[in-house]
Design a protein around this ligand. Structure first.
Ligand code: NIG
Ligand code: FE
Length: 429
């Protein structure tokens, strides 16, 4: 690359998007320039999925992409502060957006894991006081510091595996204050620059409380939502037999609107419990799990513009029908893949593994799975500024340890990520 070239404003891929190079003040130097990108996976919907540009380059100014396209079209100003990254022919993809996790917990449930292997079901274990209840027992009394310390180790592993944005739910508190401490712990991580960016979700209806469920729900509606509104962007509920029913969940999701909290639903995970229909009815931003959703439910999600979040790790661990990736796409639903990282149904920080499982178990093509793990995750969180590598969007990019983006899913259980750039900054290595 010829350094110190004068800025030109050739748009490159995505040149027509808002915030393209041409909108920038002339003469401002790029803060990051990446060259020798063998294949750049842009996610540009105008190209065949997943939007690959060969022999490409990428440039950012601050946290924004100013160029993403063929190397031959790169013309940006290089200044003394510009970081130059040589990708050495590797593939570069957008950072993963993990849109569904329960990252803040204490304790562990390895015994359940072993019990399930001997045939005990998730429900049987929960009925005997295990499951969510046992994690609540270990987590509820945790201080913000203890909770953040435990979650930080998981978030670090996520970053190393390429996650640049992570959603984190409460849900293991089941008292007003304990739920809020989990949200505060999640937000603490969000302030740390060397971790994925954090989006928080208030999940007050998860396991059932020890006491009176009606009284607990009233407290959540009366005080919880107001208190959580400054700590979370979304509200969620576990709509399931043995957990919270459709009416209880609907009351929560409707009441949350007045507090500016957008709805998410753990929907039709373990049975056809009505969660997907509820998500469509309340205009949720996402309906998650969906293992037992019917085709009519999926059409309802499409009509209501609800993103379907698949958690193929949890589906695999618990058994049951395959996640409906192909059926969702055929119904016209935007699909996201996420880890569901939690101590019971899927302790996994790896989005590359979710891409593998999306292909192997949910009927997605490798390109669809990669987009579901990036742009799909962004859609499930209402983040229009990320998930693709296009001018004007946040520069969250992964340099892979391979020239072939297909290896993300193909190399099962591996970490394909060599370098992580988040918000235009080189975070790893
Ligand atoms: O997404 N389904 C409910 N919540 C989690 C599991 C939580 C747990 O078992 O601790 C899930 O699978
Ligand atoms: Fe979950």
């Amino acid at each position: 690359m010829a350094a110190r070239r004068r800025v030109a404003t050739g748009g490159g891929i995505g040149g027509g998007s808002p915030g393209v190079t041409g909108d920038r003040p002339p003469g401002e130097a790029a803060t990051l320039v990446m060259v020798n990108v063998g294949r750049l996976v842009t996610g540009d919907p105008r190209l065949p999925a997943p939007g690959v540009v060969e022999d490409a380059a990428l440039a950012a100014s601050g946290d924004r992409i100013v160029y993403a396209g063929p190397a031959s079209g790169l013309e940006v100003a290089i200044g003394p502060e510009t970081i130059e990254v040589d990708a050495h022919g590797a593939a570069v993809i957008p950072g993963f957006v993990d849109a569904h996790t329960h990252l803040v917990w204490l304790g562990e449930r390895s015994e359940e894991y072993a019990l399930r292997a001997r045939g005990a079901s998730y429900e049987e274990i929960a009925e005997k006081g295990g499951g969510i209840r046992s994690t609540v027992a270990a987590t509820a009394a945790g201080t913000v510091l203890e909770l953040a310390t435990a979650a930080r180790a998981r978030a670090r592993r996520m970053l190393r595996l390429g996650t640049t944005t992570v959603e984190i739910k409460s849900g293991y508190g089941q008292s007003l204050e304990a739920e809020l401490r989990q949200l505060r712990a999640a937000r603490t991580l969000g302030e740390e620059v060397d971790l994925p960016e954090v989006v928080t979700t208030y999940l007050p209806l998860h396991g059932l409380p020890d006491g009176d469920r009606a009284a607990y729900l009233e407290e959540v509606l009366g005080k919880g939502l107001g208190a959580a509104a400054s700590l979370a962007g979304f509200v969620d509920c576990f709509c399931e037999t043995g957990a919270w029913d459709v009416d209880e969940c609907e009351r929560l999701l409707v009441a949350a609107r007045a507090h500016g909290l957008r709805a998410k639903v753990h929907a039709d995970q373990r049975s056809h419990s009505g969660g997907s229909a509820l998500a469509a009815r309340v205009g949720a931003i996402s309906a998650d799990h969906l293992d037992h959703a019917g085709d009519g439910d999926l059409r309802g999600l499409a009509k209501a513009g609800v993103t379907g979040v698949l958690l193929p790790g949890a589906s695999m661990v618990l058994g049951g029908p395959p996640p409906p990736g192909r059926r969702l796409l055929e119904a016209g639903v935007t699909v996201a893949l996420a880890t569901d990282c939690n101590p019971g149904t899927c302790w996994c920080e790896s989005m590359p593994l979710m891409v593998s499982l999306g292909v192997a178990t949910a009927g997605l093509t490798p390109a669809e799975a990669l987009l579901a793990a990036t742009a799909g995750g962004a859609a499930a969180l209402g983040l229009a500024d990320r998930g693709r590598l296009l001018p004007g969007l946040r520069c969250d990019a992964l340099v892979l340890a391979t020239p072939d983006w297909l290896d993300v899913g193909y190399h099962l259980g591996a970490n394909p990520v060599a370098r992580v750039i988040a918000a235009g900054r080189l975070l790893l290595p």
